[in-house]
Design a protein around this ligand. Structure first.
Ligand code: FES
Length: 160
């Protein structure tokens, strides 16, 4: 992507707005990920150049925090909780069913770029275990494949 594209212009504006903060890097990287959907090397280089810092430092932060990804993500990220309560109540089965329905493994994105499947630690909704989160929506106590499919269908049709 050209560095004069609309997305890079938007990122440049964010950087100019934030760079006088004390520690702007993490906030800028979050915004960059919102803009591009992920943080490929060229975006990291751009941030490093604009902030006048070594690209290694940016790379170090991107790889340290789970919230950042260098791989493109789907439109909807399915975060399956694998915390203890959810694990005990069936998270492995939820993951198994989702991998079968979506045809991807954990950490992968579907070919149509609609869904990315990931595992996360406790999301604080243990009473609903097993839990998974898509965007701002939390789903719990899902037991059957049909229930799961029903939820995914809403996202497939963008009815959310
Ligand atoms: S362990 Fe899954 S929400 Fe707490």
């Amino acid at each position: 992507m050209q560095k004069d594209s609309v997305l890079y212009q938007e990122l440049r504006e964010v950087i100019n707005e934030k760079k006088s903060l004390r520690n702007p890097l993490i906030e800028i990287l979050h915004k960059a990920q919102d803009i591009f959907g992920y943080l490929p090397p060229e975006v990291q280089e751009f941030v490093a150049e604009e902030l006048n810092m070594p690209v290694n430092k940016v790379y170090g932060v991107v790889t340290f925090y789970n919230a950042f990804t260098m791989k493109p993500r789907g439109k909807y990220v399915i975060n399956v909780c694998t915390g203890t309560a959810c694990y005990v109540k069936g998270a492995p089965r939820i993951i198994q069913m989702l991998t079968e329905i979506l045809g991807v493994e954990l950490g992968e994105t579907t070919e149509d770029k609609k869904f990315t499947l990931t595992a996360v630690r406790c999301v604080g909704a243990c009473s609903l275990a097993p839990v998974f989160v898509i965007g701002d929506d939390t789903y719990g106590r899902i037991e059957t494949r049909a229930q799961l499919q029903g939820i995914l269908d809403k996202y497939l049709k963008d009815e959310v």
